[in-house]
Design a protein around this ligand. Structure first.
Ligand code: TNX
Length: 525
């Protein structure tokens, strides 16, 4: 076994060559020009830290160098890349910076795991002679982070991006609002656009201070905070440099208590609700017959669209359990139009397929009936993001004794294998209907990045392979072996993970909880 057998996600084509291997040495350089330079810099950052070599970025190529090259025509689309490794050098080609970025993730994995550490001592950096061609099955390969129940700082979000992108994930969905909190600044639009006189600043002044509180988590209360519009732009700029698109979500018309608490006008009696920390779902709603409802949604979605780089705006639509069916349809029908008016493609949880969706809308399937989803995917041309709870919910426990995580999805608890052994093309949907795959991390029980990592890894790695590699490449035994090897890279990066007992881990992770594993069952309720 060598490093060409351990790649995750599995590339489309890997062919070992007969010739001698490549060795990265002290005198190597990274060759890149124009748009390839920022990607070369990212590769250099990783390799300099791991090897201690200088690795200057230059324009000419000598034997022994790593060459990044943008070419005009390339089979396999924007995200595809090819790598050729011979004794004389490494050559990575793609038609876009995104393709090159994917390629450098493969290059990292082609080098020994020690490259992920900060010790440059005593290593030879050998890559077997190999030809790789690789292109993703799905264009959208995502993680959802619930920053509403528990707040994650800008820095923490960037760290999550750093870790997820080594598996070629390219979308970060931020669940920005929920009952417990509101995490995105909305400016006062001025009286002309605010006939109801709504105090938008309260969304973050009041709503930003909220968080969930559940006594099985450590600590019990989530963290508070919010993103200024500038913070949100900063996150997106950082994400873009790593080939990640950010999808912001404002959850409507349920999951809105923080908005009802911030803005009295959104309540039929004109009285602001109290903020609440309960983890229960489905108990709040906007009101279909209040003009302020539509005024509010137009303002919020308008401001959010204006600062969103990507083409998508997520409007929630899930679990509106106290919204009457007619009211739900009346509101969501208008909200999808308001969303589409901003010029963005509207995304919603699959409940929202109950209304007629504008062209270009995207349905995020998480549970329930496929029929409306399939209908709109067929006639309406909507695409689907697959997040079926039993195969992709990253907030669920691994087993009964997981210290954090929820446990409500039928058939659970779920390990890496359940998140690996499934086909997104299901329920009557085919690949051409499917935009991609996303794993949601709801954070009722998560309080920091290490705890998030523990729930995400290794299951998010399973999802990354499901989203990237073809169904024909699915092989549980082989994936288990590659996961085991990956453990060493994650451990060197300081990323904890669940030590699934059926995997032979090459290195052990740190335990991310203050209570030792043997005692967490006794945590104070
Ligand atoms: C359901 S899944 C929710 C979230 C919760 C989650 C907990 C979905 C669209 N809504 O509000 O956080 O369950 O697993």
């Amino acid at each position: 076994m060598n490093t060409t057998d351990n790649l995750i996600p599995r590339p489309s084509h890997v062919a070992l060559l007969d010739g001698p291997a490549f060795t990265l040495t002290l005198t190597a350089r990274i060759t890149a020009a124009h748009l390839a330079v920022p990607v070369a810099e990212q590769l250099a950052t990783v390799l300099r830290r791991g090897t201690g070599f200088g690795l200057p970025i230059v324009e000419d190529t000598r034997p022994g160098d790593i060459t990044l090259e943008l070419v005009e025509a390339f089979d396999g689309g924007a995200e595809a890349y090819a790598i050729s490794v011979t004794e004389g050098g490494v050559r990575l080609t793609a038609s876009t910076a995104a393709g090159l970025f994917n390629g450098i993730q493969t290059l990292r994995q082609l080098l020994p795991a020690a490259v992920e550490g900060a010790d440059s001592s005593e290593h030879t950096w050998v890559i077997p002679a190999v030809e790789i061609f690789d292109t993703p099955r799905f264009a959208y390969r995502g993680l959802m982070l619930d920053v509403a129940r528990n707040f994650f700082t800008v820095e923490e979000v960037k760290e999550q991006i750093d870790v997820m992108t080594q598996f070629k994930l390219n979308t970060l969905h931020l669940h920005l609002t929920d009952d417990q909190a509101w995490r995105i600044e909305i400016h006062d639009p001025g009286s002309a656009r605010n006939p109801s006189g709504m105090p938008y600043a309260n969304l973050t002044a009041v709503g930003g201070r909220g968080a969930v509180e559940v006594h099985t988590a450590m600590p019990a209360r989530g963290r508070e905070g919010f993103y200024t519009q500038q913070d949100f732009k900063d996150i997106q700029a950082y994400a873009a440099s790593k080939n990640v698109l950010v999808v912001p979500e404002i959850d409507l018309p349920g999951h809105v208590n923080s908005a009802l608490a911030a803005i009295p006008q959104l309540n039929p009696d004109g009285v602001a609700k109290a903020m609440r920390t309960t983890a229960e779902v489905g108990w709040s709603t906007l009101s279909a017959n209040l003009p302020a409802t539509y005024e509010f949604v137009r303002e919020v979605l308008g401001q959010l669209a204006a600062i969103t780089v990507g083409p998508y705006l997520h409007i929630g639509g899930d679990e509106a359990l106290v919204t009457g069916h007619d009211e739900y349809v009346e509101m969501v029908q208008q909200f999808v139009r308001i969303g589409a008016d901003t010029g963005k493609s509207v995304v919603g949880w699959n409940e929202f397929a109950a209304v007629e969706l504008p062209e270009g809308s995207v349905i995020q399937y998480w549970h329930g009936d496929f029929a409306p989803v399939v209908r709109q995917a067929g006639e309406g041309g909507s695409k689907v993001i697959m997040s079926p709870a039993a195969n992709s919910y990253l907030d669920q426990k691994y087993n009964d004794s997981s210290p954090i995580g929820l446990q409500w999805v039928e058939g659970g608890p779920f390990t890496w294998a359940e998140y690996y052994n499934w086909d997104p093309a299901q329920g009557g949907l085919e690949d051409h209907n499917i935009l991609g795959v996303e794993g949601p991390l709801w954070t009722e029980t998560v309080r920091n990045n290490q705890q998030a990592y523990w729930l995400l890894y290794p299951r998010l790695v399973s999802l990354a392979e499901v989203a990237w590699s073809g169904q024909e490449a699915r092989n549980t035994g082989d994936f288990r072996r590659r996961l085991g090897a990956l453990g060493e890279r994650l451990a060197k990066q300081g990323v904890t993970f669940q030590e699934a007992p059926d995997v032979e881990w090459a290195a052990k992770p740190d335990w991310p909880f203050t209570t030792p594993p043997s005692q967490y069952g006794t945590i104070e309720a």
